[in-house]
Design a protein around this ligand. Structure first.
Ligand code: FES
Ligand SMILES: [Fe+2]
Length: 375
């Protein structure tokens, strides 16, 4: 009897070319990352007016900057005179203005053009029309989200809804108060692999027993290979003798204020498609921002967020950070072992997803649908 799609235990992955073809990468930039909301930066990094960071998003380079009015704004890093890149640093602070390094046009923190040499000789310069071009920017969960599209998709239905569907209740994530937590540590990982391999790896736990000895010691049910993402509202319980979400199960910190009973001694993970991973444990959160750099190159910026009193107190964050740092290192090494095979003739038609990985096929279909959308 022929198996239907619903009854098959094995589902097809994407063909290998989706991970090695620069044309696919370009199409993803324009049809996914330049259209959707993108979680780009931690909002608290911009608390001081003039603090800025630059990022590549959707094929563009953006300046994210904190204003004197505490508003965080995002601009194309492109001078409106003759196009020079204005900021070449990844991060920094300006006092009041950005100055273009070419002919020194200067722009305020709100993007407005505030000066240019010989400005008095340009009576037809419409200052209000020559400010930096902005992109949509907003905050959620303590992060800055940007969208390059002229008409941004509705944030609630495209981003927040994913979180609600994962947890079954929008209040679940609010209880962790991610916007009130502080960054205890940030590690940037350069991964020699396609961004989708990174996302797909985070979505499944079929590899956990093999690759993550420390993680499955803390969360024994992960040995069975099913991630917490596969069931609405589900969290993985700590093992009986485990005292905290640390690399050796030793005690961590006091649970965050306001958590529900079922959130204590449990781990919840989720992927916000296309480029954010959120991991929640009772005393901290681990948030991965995934930045596609090239078809075979991805940067992952991972923040460990703790209660302010833990970050500023006399505590050793090391054992907590070490657990997911090991997980990250183990995961990214796996991705880097997969990437070289993606261009192989042996993988031209792709591979298969086993039942514990079936939900990844929906992500792949989402990517295909986006690439098939008209320009
Ligand atoms: S290109 Fe920026 S001032 Fe000329
Ligand atoms: Fe993993």
């Amino acid at each position: 009897m022929a198996k239907t799609e619903e009854t098959r235990s094995l589902l097809a992955t994407l063909p290998g070319r989706y991970y090695v073809d620069p044309d696919v990468f370009e199409a993803e930039q324009t049809r996914i990352f330049a259209r959707d909301w993108f979680c780009v930066a931690r909002a608290s990094d911009f608390a001081t007016a003039g603090s800025f960071q630059t990022f590549d998003v959707g094929g563009e380079n953006l300046i994210i900057v904190g204003g004197a009015d505490r508003q965080i704004r995002a601009f194309f890093n492109v001078c409106r005179h003759r196009g020079s890149r204005i900021c070449n640093e990844a991060e920094g602070r300006v006092s009041r203005t950005f100055q273009c390094p070419y002919h020194v046009w200067s722009y305020g923190l709100d993007g407005s053009l505030v000066g240019a040499p010989n400005m008095a000789m340009m009576p037809d310069l419409e200052v209000a029309e020559r400010g930096l071009l902005s992109v949509h920017a907003r905050e959620w969960l303590g992060y800055v989200w940007v969208c390059l599209a002229h008409d941004a998709p509705e944030f609630e239905s495209s981003v927040m809804q994913q979180v609600t569907e994962r947890f079954g209740d929008p209040k679940t994530i609010d209880r962790y108060g991610l916007d009130k937590l502080e960054v205890g540590r940030r590690i940037e990982y350069e991964v020699r692999g396609n961004w989708k391999l990174v996302v797909e790896n985070f979505m499944e736990c079929y590899h956990c027993a093999n690759l993550h000895p420390e993680l499955v010691a803390v969360l024994p049910e992960f040995r069975r290979g099913f991630p917490t993402q596969h069931k609405v509202g589900y969290g993985a319980a700590f093992g009986q003798d485990i005292k905290g979400f640390t690399y050796d199960g030793r005690e961590g910190f006091k649970p965050l204020d306001g958590l529900a009973v079922e959130q204590d001694r449990h781990y919840y993970g989720m992927t916000v498609v296309p480029q954010l991973v959120i991991n929640l444990v009772p005393d901290h959160a681990i948030v991965h921002r995934i930045f596609p750099v090239a078809v075979d190159q991805t940067v992952v910026r991972c923040d460990w967020l703790f209660a302010p009193e833990v970050v500023h107190g006399d505590y050793d964050l090391g054992p907590s950070i070490e657990l997911f740092h090991r997980v990250n290192t183990q995961d990214f090494a796996a991705v880097e072992r997969v990437q070289p095979s993606m261009g192989s003739r042996a993988y031209r038609d792709g591979g298969v997803y086993v039942p514990a990985e079936h939900h990844i096929a929906a992500f792949n279909q989402w990517v295909r649908d986006r690439l098939d959308e008209p320009e």
